[in-house]
Design a protein around this ligand. Structure first.
Ligand code: HEM
Length: 417
């Protein structure tokens, strides 16, 4: 396979071989013109400094002109703008309008609200652990990593437990539609079907809230006015979808990727077992290491320069986050998983105006879930094949079959891998 074919192939990112390719390209071709199946091509950007620059320059690199999903083939291109609600969903609106929409739904994700809600988050996570089978043999992805953020975001959005299964199915289609295991029809049909069903659901749930006194973000979107205008039903529904998907499709990958990393680095697990306070710092390394977001797109709005490379107005630019997060210009020993790494300037949550709205929530969830895992279990053994989702957009573990060994009589041992 040529380099361009690899970058264009979602299956390549399930192999973990992308890290070695990115190392090479950061050194030798850091802003690379990449031919794509739709014949339009795009710039691939690999260096931390260049990616950070682009994220901080939304006037030069738009999220609104083409959305942020890496769309490089015609079938996906035909559905992507509408499916994601580009121009309506906060993720795909450029400043200054972006800030006005973001403010409407930000309240539950601000530090004070998160601190007030931490006990509730801990209870929700505890309930998921309580439901695990006593024999301890589980797929850690589907039975823990997926359930935890689902419970938390549905609690924040006031969505009922009985909707989780449907939401999860649509989320897999919308975000993981390039993976054959999740496909219903072609990749583009799957992605579009997932987004459409999430949109219908969000539209229905939000319209029920009109005039309600609730303080959740869906109700806030329904009751909001921006520049003296209410939001349209479509704007409300697309932002609802964004909160749902961002709430459960990324954190699951960070948590499951973090567990796998700790199993592969028992010395780091031992450090955290000895001093669980270290988890506050460790969550940053877990996000850097697990790289839930693989690539995001921007469109250049004017002729400009990235690093040494000139790019033209209208060019597509793809930002490769796992590459930024292993850049030796920024991270000492980038391939060492070090839960005490500080500072940790990873770009896992992005940068600039679109910096992840739920980043602090995600870190709380990961910390509390890791704490619960270590408190409840002495040992975790991998008992089957570990696999990754085939996606170059949002990726991570698809299956992590493990046996959890409960810890006996208040005693703690190092976790065995
Ligand atoms: C480990 C988990 C997570 C990761 C790695 C992550 C990553 C990201 C990244 C990279 C962006 C920037 C996108 C861009 O620049 O185009 C983003 C934006 C966003 N994230 Fe997260 N996210 C996570 C969890 C969450 C959670 C739990 C929520 C809760 C609802 C959330 C809500 C959002 C929203 C609403 C945006 C759009 C912000 C804006 O455009 O202003 N994320 N996220």
């Amino acid at each position: 396979m040529t380099t361009d074919e690899k970058l264009n192939d979602p299956a390549f990112f399930a192999t973990n071989e992308h890290y070695a390719l990115f190392d090479h390209l950061r050194q030798h071709d850091p802003v690379r013109w990449t031919e794509s199946p739709d014949g339009r091509g795009y710039w691939s950007v690999f260096r931390h400094a260049d990616i950070k620059h682009i994220l901080n320059e939304p006037a030069l690199f738009s999220s609104e002109r083409g959305g942020v999903m890496p769309v490089i083939d015609d079938a996906m291109g035909a559905i992507a703008l509408e499916a994601m609600g580009v121009g309506e969903n906060v993720l795909t609106i450029d400043p200054p309008r972006h800030g006005e929409i973001r403010k409407v739904m930000a309240a539950p994700f601000l530090p004070k609200a998160l601190a007030d809600g931490e006990a509730r988050t801990k209870t929700l996570i505890g309930e998921i652990f309580d439901q695990l089978p006593a024999h301890g043999e589980i797929d850690l992805v589907s039975e823990l990593a997926v359930q935890i953020p689902m419970a938390v975001i549905c609690d924040i959005l006031k969505l009922p437990r009985e909707d989780w299964a449907a939401l999860l199915g649509w989320g897999k289609m919308a975000i993981g539609g390039t993976d054959p295991e999740y496909q219903q029809g072609s990749a583009a049909e799957t992605v579009s079907g997932g987004f459409r069903q999430l949109y219908e659901y969000s539209l229905q749930r939000s319209s029920e809230r009109r005039g309600c006194p609730f303080s959740d973000p869906l109700t806030a979107l329904v009751n909001a006015t921006v520049n003296a205008q209410p939001l349209t039903p479509s704007q409300i529904a697309h932002n609802g979808v964004q909160l749902m998907l961002a709430g459960f499709e990324t954190t699951r990958n960070a948590f499951s990727g973090g567990v796998l990393a700790l199993l592969q680095h028992p010395d780091q697990m031992a450090l955290l077992r000895a001093d669980p306070k270290g988890l506050r710092l460790a969550v940053e390394e877990i996000v850097r290491w697990s790289d839930p977001v693989i690539s995001l797109m921007r469109i250049a709005t004017a002729d400009t320069v990235i690093g040494q490379q000139s790019v033209r107005a209208g060019d597509r630019v793809l930002l490769w986050f796992p590459s930024a997060n292993r850049d030796a210009d920024v991270f000492e020993k980038p391939y060492t998983f070090d839960v005490t790494r500080h500072p940790n300037l990873h770009l896992g949550f992005g940068a600039g105006p679109h910096f992840c709205l739920g980043g602090s929530l995600a870190k709380i969830e990961i910390r509390l879930a890791m704490e619960a895992l270590m408190e409840r279990y002495d040992g975790i053994e991998i008992i089957g094949e570990v696999s990754r989702v085939q996606s170059s957009f949002v990726g991570g573990l698809k299956h992590l079959p493990v046996k959890l060994i409960p810890h006996a009589g208040g005693r703690r041992k190092a976790i065995a891998s």
